[in-house]
Design a protein around this ligand. Sequence first.
Ligand code: C5P
Length: 236
Amino acid sequence: MERKELLYTGKAKKMYATDQENVLWAEYLNQATALNGVKKDTIEGKGRLNNQITGRIFEYLAEKGIASHYIQELSETEQSVKRVNMFPLEVVVRNVSAGSFAKRFGMEEGIDLPFPVLEFYYKDDALNDPFINDAHVQVLGAATDEEVAEIKKQALKINAALIEMFKAIGIRLIDFKIEFGKTAEGEIILADEISPDTCRLWDIETNEHLDKDIYRRDLGDLIPVYVEVLDRLNKM
Ligand code: C5P
């Protein structure tokens, strides 16, 4: 397969076309951002780790019957994916209070929620990705009623699979963000990435952060922590 023109440069990835119409080429970058791009740094090795961690997780989900855009790893920092039309939505699933949820509701972090809480954010950098409800999703034309129902169903299924997977490697899945797209055939599938950039992962024994909060909160070096997550996934 041949890499063709650059289609899009995101905060953490570049997407290229390929010589196959429905296949794209994703390159994971060494860039870290927080606070919607206000905090920005280059962290050597991060692209490689997130590419490999996302690959392992998407492979695990495929084994559990959950489809994603992931096709295969192309190099340490690159993977091929199915071309999809992305919904302009960030879907957040929360199992434990943390981050913006804890802040918004004046709650301590680390409290188990009675059931997984699903949230939608509208992907728009200029608007700072606002928190929106189901009606807003439809009014904004981001997804139809049926699409919202399908996205919610898949998000909860993905949550259940990820809780089990992380538990097996001594990690508590606090919350995470996923994105969905529609294939040329009209199938709604999981897209983008699942990595310590997009999940809150706490060590089951120590509650130590194994995710991007290390960077967001200036808690130390992110690389050894991401290496730890990849090592545990590889031993699974
Ligand atoms: O900041 P907040 O608590 O809303 O984040 C919830 C989850 O979504 C966290 O796991 C965080 O890593 C992820 N997230 C993300 N990209 C964003 C916002 C949140 O991956 N733009």
